[in-house]
Design a protein around this ligand. Structure first.
Ligand SMILES: [Mg+2]
Length: 331
């Protein structure tokens, strides 16, 4: 059932949305009509953010919530080597939810999606008695058959990570440890990583052009959990070198302030929206250079192995199983 004000609110939001290519019929009709290019496959993902579970209004402003919602979807397409093209944004909120706050979240989300190449071409606004929830459906495309998956890594492949692992989780843990909980007490670099996750679309496209990526996924649960997903899908194991993370001052500082082990932050629950890649060893140098050309540091953190387990190799050469569970919403 449509509530009063829905049409006005939608018109208000639609009027502020940027346009885009391939949109034959945009927002405002019963459905959008979109035209992918010849020889392209569609790549589609969706993610929902629920208040209390994925965001807290007392901790994050509307802009950060919108940007993180966009990032959750954009990084899934980056992990498939796809180019974002179009997006749908839907919201369920109680009738008394502040309309300008909802609009600010949706427009921040639409701004990030548009910057990644995907204008919002439709969506839905509904009232509900539960927590506020936003859902983005992101549609992208990729040259026919050129997508990456989590499967395909082989023993000997270089395991590479964009940016850093564990920063988002460390930022959130630091904010929650403050009294009262606040990102105001979190070092700016970490807080920024949480509020404005980077887009890895340009990097994925540069690496796809370069060739050599055999498997990929985005780190949205945490490095240990996501590495396990890649290993399982590919039927390989991994050795991750602890020394490859040396000099991560932001994580060192957070671990010290929280009184926890740095590795627990690095491998534990964290939605960093970075990419974890398995790259053919002969393609590594070219991939590293291609990443640098688009301003991204690709960190070689270890390699894939034939033994079906994930191990952390310490500086002294000893190895231990990687611990640290990722987010699991139904655990
Ligand atoms: Mg993912």
């Amino acid at each position: 059932m449509r509530e009063r004000g829905e049409f006005e609110r939608i018109r208000d939001i639609v009027a502020a949305l940027p346009g885009g290519e391939g949109v034959i019929v945009g927002p405002g009709d019963d459905a959008a009509v979109l035209r992918p290019g010849d020889g392209r496959d569609l790549v589609v993902t969706t993610d929902t953010f629920v208040e209390g579970r994925h965001f807290r209004r007392d901790l994050l402003d509307a802009g950060a919530i919108g940007r993180r919602l966009a990032a959750a979807n954009v990084s899934d397409l980056a992990a498939m080597a796809a180019t974002p093209r179009w997006a749908l944004v839907s919201c369920v909120a109680p009738r008394d939810a502040d309309p300008s706050w909802l609009r600010d979240v949706e427009l921040a989300c639409a701004g990030s999606l548009s910057a990644a190449g995907a204008p919002v071409v439709g969506g839905n606004l509904a009232s509900g008695d539960g927590p506020i929830a936003f859902t983005v459906t992101l549609i992208g495309d990729v040259a026919r058959g050129a997508h990456w998956t989590r499967a395909g890594a082989r023993p000997g492949d270089v395991l590479a990570l964009t940016g850093f692992a564990g920063h988002a989780g460390a930022a959130l843990a630091s904010a929650l440890a403050a009294q009262p909980p606040s990102f105001g007490a979190v070092p700016e670099a970490l807080a920024e990583r949480y509020a404005s996750p980077p887009s890895r679309i340009a990097l994925a496209s540069a690496l796809a052009a370069c060739g050599g990526v055999r498997a990929a996924l985005d780190v949205s649960d945490g490095l240990a959990g996501d590495l396990a997903h890649l290993c399982e899908a590919s039927g390989v194991g991994a050795v991750v070198r602890d020394a490859s993370f040396a000099g991560d001052r932001a994580l060192e500082g957070a671990a010290r302030a929280l009184g926890v082990d740095e590795a627990s932050l690095r491998f534990g629950p964290s939605d960093d929206y970075e990419l974890l890649l398995a790259i053919a060893p002969e393609a590594w140098t070219g991939c590293e250079r291609a990443a640098r050309d688009v301003g991204v540091t690709l960190l070689a953190i270890g390699s894939c192995t034939a033994e079906r387990e994930a191990l952390l190799e310490r500086a002294d050469g000893t190895r231990a199983p990687i611990r640290g569970a990722g987010w699991n919403h139904f655990a």
